[in-house]
Design a protein around this ligand. Structure first.
Ligand code: CUA
Length: 338
């Protein structure tokens, strides 16, 4: 899909450079030099109206004819990019939050979850290579509490947020994520790899920190990833991780906003990213930071100090006022979320 957009750009670019810029600007410069004022030359002769009109109509027609070539291609490519893919398509719902990305796989149920729950992850979209991936892009309201209805509803049923833009340059062009409207875009990755992306529509404070990654895997690796993502959290029995677990479900208040499958107090909240497999991701917080224990500690201690956010307005994670010891224990638990 990106190759088509790129080809369209380059063809229009060279058309604009050679016939439009070089020839027309060239003629203009030649005319300026040849007809410049010189000693002995009188005032320029004024031509009559019909002659002048000819010099408007003829170039206009020439330009229209020249325009048809790229326009034909432009129209064709636009329709090609918009067309829904056929065959073995993977559907993914993309939710633009302030300021992170949520990816929901409507085709994948997860055992021991409500009937409407579907497999979900954050900021790092996994896709299989060689298979069309149809993304439905939706903007979601900051502060949306829970996920009573994970089933695919129309965008108009969801509380709405602001406009974002989904952009992974190596895989496709930009597509806006518009409140109250389902926008669609298709990705096809030819080779495995990590493709970086970025929100490309200004969406307030941490727009610049609303990044994402597309992890393209061979179909076998992708299936393994799906299997791993369906597993529930294994509750630690002892040590700092077990104490961290108690803080996670208790004083930390993490489950008010996050989901952790298999944890008893889980409420399937989707205000923040699904943490069930936090450590299966390379990055966190809108793919902004490396997912290391040190970074997680800094984050849990004081999130708005690392990434500008306004938790008091429902956008972003608040400082929970935890002590260093409590933060260390919570992160010891988070580190078990493989
Ligand atoms: Cu989301 Cu900019």
């Amino acid at each position: 899909m990106a190759a088509k957009s790129y080809h369209l750009f380059t063809s229009i670019f060279w058309f604009a450079v050679v016939p439009v810029f070089v020839i027309i600007e060239g003629l203009l410069i030649v005319s300026i030099i040849r007809h410049r004022h010189r000693a002995g030359r009188g005032d320029p002769v004024e031509t009559d109206a019909p002659t002048k009109l000819r010099w408007v109509v003829v170039p206009a027609l020439v330009m229209m004819l020249l325009d048809l070539a790229p326009f034909g291609e432009e129209a064709k490519t636009t329709f090609e990019l918009a067309r829904a893919p056929s065959g073995d398509v993977l559907d993914v719902e993309v939710y633009g939050h302030m300021w992170w990305w949520e990816f929901v796989y409507p085709g994948y149920r997860v055992p021991k979850t409500p009937a409407s729950y579907r497999l979900s992850t954050a900021n790092e979209l996994h896709i299989p290579t060689g298979r069309p991936v149809r993304l439905v892009l939706r903007s979601i309201e900051p502060g949306l509490r829970s996920l009573p209805d994970f089933k695919s509803g129309a965008a108009s049923d969801l509380p709405t947020g602001v406009i974002h833009s989904f952009w992974v340059p190596q895989l496709a062009g930009k597509q806006d994520v518009v409140p109250g409207h389902d926008n669609k875009i298709t990705l096809i990755a030819d080779t495995p790899g990590v493709y970086r992306g970025q929100c490309a529509e200004y969406c307030n404070l941490s727009h610049a920190n609303m990044r994402l990654r597309v992890v393209a895997q061979t179909p076998d690796d992708f299936d393994d990833w799906i299997t791993a993502q369906k597993r529930a959290v294994v509750t630690p029995d002892s040590g700092p991780a077990a104490e961290g677990y108690q803080l996670f479900v208790g004083k930390g208040g993490c489950l008010a906003c996050h989901t952790a499958l298999g944890v008893e107090a889980n409420t399937f909240a989707r205000v923040g990213p699904n943490l069930t497999h936090l450590k299966s991701r390379e990055t966190f917080a809108g793919a902004t930071f490396d997912n290391t224990a040190d970074n997680l500690k800094r984050w849990v201690k004081d999130p708005p100090a690392m990434k500008p956010m306004r938790p008091e307005q429902g956008t972003g994670m608040p400082n929970r006022g935890l002590s260093k010891e409590e933060v260390d224990k919570i992160v010891a638990f988070l580190e078990t979320l493989q």
